[in-house]
Design a protein around this ligand. Structure first.
Ligand SMILES: Nc1ncnc2c1ncn2[C@@H]1O[C@H](COP(=O)(O)OP(=O)(O)O)[C@@H](O)[C@H]1O
Ligand SMILES: [Mg+2]
Length: 207
């Protein structure tokens, strides 16, 4: 099963991944966690270019294509082989981030974005995507307290508001794949919401 976690900056995605994997592991599932962009040697190199605060001249099309290059690599090298081996793959961001950030955020044409994603992923979609939904100003404030401030975090508040609205629009269009958890709640409450969303979709672990 392929599960992705999405949401604006500071919504808590990274903080929940490891404890979710441990919780699933304790139930007998084999779980592999990874993140986008990155998750492979090539992908982590591309991540550094995308996130570098010095790359202020990067055009949205360049940014969009770099994400797809990293994504093609992680799908082929990591995600597909793990899924074929029967593992649960839990990924911190995936293709929906491109629709939200490069599509809605940068206002790149959605049809073309969807075509690029399809090419990069070979059509691989998650079975479940959980949106950690949060007011963007609260999320960005949470992130300023830590060291991981990157080039995308530094985009305007209006950009981040379009990203959040984009996620909500995607859910309206394909509700079956999504679950939404209100990420403004205390961490433990959000975590319980994530567990419940995943538990509803799981089939029992094979002995
Ligand atoms: N529900 C929550 N309430 C308050 N702070 C939170 C909550 N969830 C996460 N945080 C904190 O917010 C910051 C950003 O979390 P992080 O997991 O890095 O978010 P993301 O990966 O979605 O950008 C971290 O310092 C984290 O501890
Ligand atoms: Mg993160």
């Amino acid at each position: 099963m392929f599960i992705t976690i999405e949401g604006p900056e500071g919504s808590g995605k990274t903080s929940h991944i490891k404890p979710l994997a441990e919780w699933l592991g304790a139930q007998g599932y084999s779980v592999f966690t990874t993140r986008e962009p990155g998750g492979t040697s090539i992908g982590e190199q591309i991540r550094a270019v995308i996130h570098d605060l010095e790359n202020t001249e990067m055009h949205p099309r360049t940014e969009t294509l770099l994400y797809q290059a990293a994504r093609a690599q992680i799908v082929e090298q990591v995600i597909q082989p793990r899924l074929k081996a029967g593992e649960i793959v839990l990924c911190d961001r995936y293709a929906d981030s491109t629709i939200a950030y490069q599509g809605y955020g940068h206002r790149q044409p959605l049809e073309q974005i969807l075509g690029l994603i399809s090419y990069a992923t070979g059509g691989l979609l998650p079975e479940l995507t959980v949106l950690l939904d949060l007011d963007v100003e609260i999320g960005l404030k949470r992130k300023t307290n830590q060291e991981e401030w990157n080039r995308l975090d530094a985009y305007t508040i209006d950009f981040h508001k379009r990203v959040r609205a984009g996620y909500l629009e995607m859910i309206k269009q394909a509700p079956a794949r999504w679950a939404v958890v209100d990420a403004s709640q205390p961490w433990e409450v959000v975590h319980a919401g994530l567990r419940a969303a995943i538990a509803r979709r799981l089939t029992p672990a094979q002995p």
